[in-house]
Ligand binder design. Sequence first.
Ligand code: FMN
Length: 365
Amino acid sequence: MKAFSPIQVGHHQLQHRIVLAPLTRFRATLEAVPSELMVEYYAQRSTLGGLLITEATFIDELAGNYKQAPGIYTQEQMEGWKKVTDAVHKKGGVIFLQLWHLGRVGSSSLNPAKEPVVSASSIPIPGNNPNGRPYETPRALETDEVKELVKRYKRAAINAMKAGFDGVEIHNANGYLLDQFVNSHSNKRTDEYGGSIPNRCRLSLEVVDAIVEAIGEQRTAIRFSPNGGIHGMKDDTPVETWSYLTSQLQQKHPQLAYLHFIEARSDFRQDDKVNTVDTLDPYRKLWKGPFITAGGFSTASEHAVQLAEKTGNLIAFGRSFIANPDLPERLRSKYDFNKYNRQTFYTHDAVGYTDYPFYNTISHL
Ligand SMILES: Cc1cc2nc3c(=O)[nH]c(=O)nc-3n(C[C@H](O)[C@H](O)[C@H](O)COP(=O)(O)O)c2cc1C
């Protein structure tokens, strides 16, 4: 089975293609330092030659600051992450850090100086936030601030190397800052970062260029969600937009560790109905390197294994990997899955985090 056959990703030969999707869990300390609990959680999910992607991690304290989400901008945070990467490596695993800036999804109350949230344009997310209040209207970044942002991502990538990561994944999905630049409905800029598809994609590509310059193509990866819809994302010509991004990356950086795409069907805020309609073929065809597909496989694990067989894709699992620390083994051996508990996705302790049982520790009599 291809899902359990080796594949080269960056500098690493993986032994299987089942990937831990990036999953925010809010188990860091109040100083945004990775905790001992996080060391245990990632170690539990590490396998020989298996790829883990961390939860989204703030590039600096202006990038969002959600309580108990981790950062990668202080010495303590780097040391905390080093314990995670050491524990994962000890089991033969490979781990990439996901780099995060919320943009307009954030809140001025989380900014150290209580300054307004920022975005590509001064356009709020339509509707209400999870607290039932309208989203804040962001301030559009000045052109020189956009250029500064590229340097901030680069610094975070360098810090990730100091923390022992094998690479970084740029979070360019799910309606966060970089996605806000790419989508036509959230970007109405008139400078070189807005308007045409190349202009809206310019920031993402500059961030990739800067990180590649600092740590190399093989340690750099990026995540996209064409047609995602989360956080008010909408683009007039999604296939053209993400095909442009993909072909630019293929042309300029063919050795990137991987491209990671989320299926349009994916909305992890609701429980899935089985849906196996795949929408990522246009981008798959343009990218010759490792390609990760994510979204909606938790209720369609057979489909995941078949898709890997057909395409050679790596498959990232979110909710099933939360509930099954030994997910690759369960898939390989066709064992039943533990069910995830949504109530503990974002709580702050071990319950629903490190206490999901491994298959071989459950009594099956
Ligand atoms: C609790 C939770 C937290 C998530 N946090 C992140 C995140 O930090 N970064 C990200 O790119 N996606 C995040 N996602 C999306 C997942 O990576 C994944 O794309 C989604 O869960 C769909 O995969 P699934 O159907 O296997 O769960 C999160 C999803 C869940 C359920």
